[in-house]
Ligand binder design. Sequence first.
Ligand code: SF4
Ligand code: SF4
Length: 252
Amino acid sequence: METAIRDFVLGLGVDDVGFLAVSDYHSPASPPIESLFPGARSLIVLAFRELDTCESPSPSIAMNGRMDLMEFSRSCNYKLARFLAQKFNAKAMTVPVSYPMDLGDVQGSAGEVSLRHAAVGAGLGTFGRHNIVIHPQFGTRVCFTAILTDLDLKTTANQLGDLCIHCDLCVKNCPANALETPGQTQVMLCLKKSQPYGLGPSVLFWSKFGVGSAEEQKTMLRSEQYRRMYQNQFIGFQYYCFNCMKSCPVGK
Ligand code: SF4
Ligand code: SF4
């Protein structure tokens, strides 16, 4: 069964795929898979190589490459879920690269399924000093999606060893100094740099707007900050920093 699924996935143009039994999935911050999909037995993890657009100094070009990847990966997730239902009479649920995610009080901004832990568990990479995953072929330039299914699939053994060469370039090139402590990303520091027009800045903007005079409000709505927030909100999230990804020399 794993071979048929692998062949189907690679035939879609996905770069790599791994399997993980739910009992082998361990993520410290995410809820149990059972709470998302009662009866789930395994995860199929798909790897997508990030485009070279992540190197562009232009945030819109860099983000556009990520959006291309997200759109393609969403289509692959859908096709794979349909394939599992049609070929194996399986139940399948899809997990996206990034959003939508549960932004409620309990979960905060952590994904409901940790795709990093799923990818490492499914033999697709190892954690680097930047706390994201290094794939043996694509290095850090890779994103993951997953399919949760009630099929019994055997976990792909992870025999990769340590792929990080401990050059610390990711730490040095982080504009937020968010990677100073090994094994820990200071998420709030990262978000200020990587999503400067995201939720926090939006709350501040609208709080100020609410108490502003009519003239101040007009000025705020004509500002660059508002225009950037506007685009950010209809894109979903717009990332302005890809430095961890583009600094890492592994797999380049
Ligand atoms: S995305 Fe940017 S700011 Fe966030 S940890 Fe990586 S390098 Fe630092
Ligand atoms: S940039 Fe260097 S230290 Fe950071 S994850 Fe890559 S290899 Fe490891």
